[in-house]
Design a protein. Structure first.
Length: 84
């Protein structure tokens, strides 16, 4: 049940970010244009930002943090020697 609630909360948060950015696009275009175009552009921008952030995090992470993130993703227990 908590997974469902978490997924719903994440979707709501994402939709709210898209809605806010679509509104900004609409305003920047003189409050004209197709709302669906604004929504899709905002959605694409958000997806692009998420990908950039994800790539930068992996590349810029120190070795210990990278090992912890990897183990968290796979469910494995990290080797404590890596953290020292």
């Amino acid at each position: 049940m908590s997974d469902t609630v978490s997924a719903a909360a994440i979707a709501t948060s994402r939709d709210e970010k898209i809605r806010e950015r679509a509104y900004e696009i609409w305003e920047s275009e003189g409050r004209t244009g197709n709302p669906e175009d604004h929504w899709f552009r905002a959605q694409q921008e958000l997806d692009d930002q998420g990908q950039e952030r994800s790539d930068a995090t992996v590349e810029d992470a120190p070795p210990a943090a990278a090992a912890e993130a990897s183990s968290a993703a796979t469910g494995e227990v990290p080797d404590q020697r890596l953290a020292e």
